[in-house]
Design a protein around this ligand. Structure first.
Ligand code: PBG
Length: 329
């Protein structure tokens, strides 16, 4: 007997395919990372991230208005800190009039309903390019955590809706949560980079912020004592469950494409929203291959984010957000 079921019936034409499609991409899926610099009238392209820019505050204002019009309602802010303001303890991170604090206000003034998430980490402020304070060649955990909590309160004071600690120190979520509560910021959320791997896909981002670990004696060359070993799977679940217990509202897996097994593992066991960060190296690879004419940029871009969502992402931080939304609207 020839099979009664022919699976190709559901693929006959676009109408039936769209009717039974399981994963649909929309502007609601995205969190837009934005890089901010000091100055005026600056929109500078990042060399290793074609068509992606650092904005000074005046042009940041223009950019977020454009994003809002496109239906993109959430941004994730990162700042490029001038070298002369960097030190081991990230002193500048707590400046109430620092670049991050002003950037938050700028976005909120331009687009009051835009959801503002902020990067909470030491590396852009660290003279050594690390996410922690260094003592005797060691990244010290607890002193760093206290600083991250203060930083979070400072961002909340400036108007951030969510803080997003991207450092991978132990115990930072509970410490940040307590500090926010004590400061009266009960509505400020935490998106935890809970399963963040020590990945080589972050290179272009470190170019964008000039935040790569420095090459100096007694300074760790990489972030492997705090970010996760990419060979590990169960550890990701452990990290994520701990962050939820500590008070994380949203958890994250980072990077994206190479880690979709982890995304699915986590999605299957947690009941909070799962974010995925499609990181700078993923962006750069597609741009480079497309530039060579070796790959269809738009088709691959859409396939990649759909795969991330299919794997279990409830939201995606992506440098492609604007291009995707333009493509699908
Ligand atoms: C650091 C931080 C990094 C990214 C986000 N926050 C780099 C790192 O851990 O070294 C990477 C994002 C990207 O590559 O797009 N706190």
């Amino acid at each position: 007997m020839f099979p009664l079921r022919r699976n190709r019936r559901l693929r006959t034409n676009e109408a039936i395919r769209s009717l039974v499609r399981e994963t649909i991409i929309s502007p609601n899926d995205f969190l837009v990372p934005l890089f901010v610099v000091e100055g005026k009238g600056i929109k500078e392209e990042i060399a290793s991230m074609p068509n992606y820019f650092r904005f000074s505050l005046d042009l940041l204002e223009k950019e977020v208005k454009e994003l809002w019009k496109l239906g993109l309602k959430s941004v994730l802010l990162f700042v490029k800190v001038p070298d002369n303001l960097k030190d081991n303890k990230g002193t500048e991170a707590l400046n109430p009039n620092g670049l991050m604090q002003r950037a938050i206000k700028t976005v909120k003034n331009a687009c009051p309903d835009m959801l503002v998430m902020t990067d909470v980490a030491l590396d852009p402020y660290s003279s050594y390019g690390h996410d922690g304070i260094i003592e005797n060649g060691i990244i010290v955990n607890d002193a760093t955590v206290d600083l991250l909590a203060e930083m979070s309160v400072s961002h909340a004071k400036a108007g951030a809706n969510f803080v997003a600690p991207s450092d991978m120190m132990d115990g930072r979520i509970v410490t940040i949560r307590e500090a926010l509560e004590q400061g009266g910021f009960t509505d400020t959320g935490i998106m935890s980079y809970s399963a963040k791997y020590a990945s080589s896909f972050y290179g272009p981002f470190r170019d964008a912020l000039d935040s790569a670990p420095v090459d100096m004696i007694n300074i760790p060359k990489d972030k492997k004592t705090y970010q996760m070993d990419y060979a590990n799977r169960f550890e990701a679940i452990r990290e994520t469950e701990m962050d939820i217990d500590e008070g994380a509202d949203i958890v994250m897996v980072k990077p994206g494409l190479c880690y979709l097994d982890i995304v699915r593992d986590i999605k299957n066991v947690v009941n909070v929203p799962v974010a995925v960060y499609q990181v700078s190296g993923e962006y750069a690879m597609l741009k480079a291959a497309a530039e060579k004419g070796w790959i269809d940029h738009d088709a691959v871009m859409l396939e990649q984010v759909t795969a991330i969502k299919r794997a279990g992402a409830d939201l995606i931080a992506s440098y492609f957000a604007k291009e995707i939304v333009k493509l699908i609207s």
